[in-house]
Design a protein around this ligand. Structure first.
Ligand code: NDP
Length: 370
């Protein structure tokens, strides 16, 4: 660490999921510097060459004492490079972003969204650099997804015990946490990913425990049965047939790039929500004032579970690699981080999709499936 840098509580390392968001980010940065906006074409030319850096400071209020102070570090990974095919290029950006977080004196940093996938794919799960601990944030993300599903079922009058749950990306870190959370609670599990060998291994280990499940690499083969769908695939899900969806389906799209949310028929818009999101009831703000231009959600006060995990850990002064590696998220850890989150005033976000809010009350899920 740069010992002259005063310590801050947390750093959030992130990336933009599409060029529209990149354009807003870059031109907000330019506005703050007093320079003219650039066209999207010009931005696309330079974006891959911008080194990771801190963009703004963040202050987050808590119900339990002093606010925590942190920073947002942008990796400047191009949206079309959010793919394991670009591993080496992405890896150097993610590593540089981690070093930036450490140099800025962060005690803990979240490896947001795709950034932890890059480190894992390169066989390099990161726990600590120069006294800065790193967490993937996937445990709190999985908690928000699962509690969100429970809350959505309550709102829509669905008996979760009678439902068939489809998890797309079921063999991944977040997907497998959701599968394990609902195994034995839900009527049956439908598992989907592209690697059939891993998928069949996952199904076999569940069946050994007498859990009802079915696995297929073909999403369309599973869609007609699904009452609830959790989407946590790390790449866009192609060629899915919306005509196969049940009219009463509930869909939680937590993947980036968004797995299917943008392709959903209008009549199902009130059935889909962006998942893995939390709501910070005591509030937060950015310095300089990036919020006005850069913060693009239909409701205020929300952020990603993966980013919120390091914020919650810093509120609890628990500076440790809470979520690391793949397949290590237990139901117990999900409950622990959610309890910490709630006592600081951060809970499952209201339901919204890219266009609208379909449930405005941020009341927490009340049912506990221990
Ligand atoms: P992992 O890499 O651990 O898992 C990804 C899973 O998706 C694997 O099961 C993979 O299996 C599957 N997959 C990838 N592409 C496809 C596809 N086209 N069709 C079907 N299955 C696919 O990722 P994580 O669990 O860490 O993250 C999952 C997603 O969640 C990512 O998109 C990530 O950005 C997002 N995320 C969201 C957060 C939030 O706050 N909402 C927070 C953190 C992450 P296979 O390769 O066999 O297909």
């Amino acid at each position: 660490m740069d010992h002259s840098a005063p310590r801050i509580d947390f750093a959030l390392i992130g990336h933009q999921e599409n060029w529209q968001k990149v354009e807003i980010l870059v031109n907000t940065m330019r506005k703050m510097e007093g320079t003219e906006p650039l066209s999207l074409a010009a931005i696309k030319d330079i974006y891959p060459y911008i080194p990771p850096r801190k963009v703004f400071d963040i202050t987050v209020n808590t119900l339990r004492g002093e606010p925590v102070q942190g920073i947002y570090v942008e990796t400047f990974i191009s949206p079309e490079h959010i793919n394991i095919k670009h591993l080496q290029q992405n890896l150097s950006k993610v590593k540089a972003a981690c070093i930036c977080a450490a140099s800025e004196g962060a005690r803990i940093a979240s490896l947001g969204g795709f950034t932890s996938i890059v480190l894992e794919a390169a066989g390099n799960p990161l726990q600590e650099v120069k006294n800065t601990f790193f967490t993937t944030g996937n445990t709190l993300t999985a908690s928000f997804i699962c509690k969100g599903i429970i809350k959505a079922c309550e709102q829509k009058g669905k008996d979760i015990h009678q439902c068939k749950l489809l998890v797309v990306g079921s063999t991944g870190d977040i997907g497998s946490a959701c599968v394990n959370y609902f195994a034995g609670v839900i009527h049956s599990l439908l598992l989907c990913a592209r690697n059939n060998k891993q998928l069949q291994q996952q199904a076999a280990s569940l069946q050994e425990k007498d859990i009802n499940c079915q696995a297929s690499v073909s999403l369309n083969a599973l869609l007609p049965q699904a009452d609830i769908i959790i989407l946590v695939a790390s790449s866009p899900v192609e060629n899915w047939d919306t005509n196969l969806l049940k009219e009463t389906v509930i869909i939680c799209d937590a993947g980036y790039p968004k797995n299917i949310i943008r392709h959903l028929p209008v009549h199902l818009k009130q059935s889909i929500f962006c998942g893995g999101m939390g709501f910070i009831s005591p509030g937060f703000y950015f310095t300089p004032k990036y919020m006005e231009d850069f913060y693009q959600y239909p409701c205020a006060g929300v952020s990603h579970g993966c980013l919120l995990e390091s914020i919650v850990l810093s509120m609890e002064k628990k500076f440790e690699a809470f979520s690391t590696g793949r397949g290590n998220i237990s139901k117990e850890k999900m409950e622990i981080i959610l309890a910490m989150s709630k006592r600081n005033g951060i809970d499952v976000s209201p339901f919204f999709n890219t266009e609208e809010i379909w449930l405005s009350s941020p009341s927490p899920a009340t049912t506990n499936y221990e």
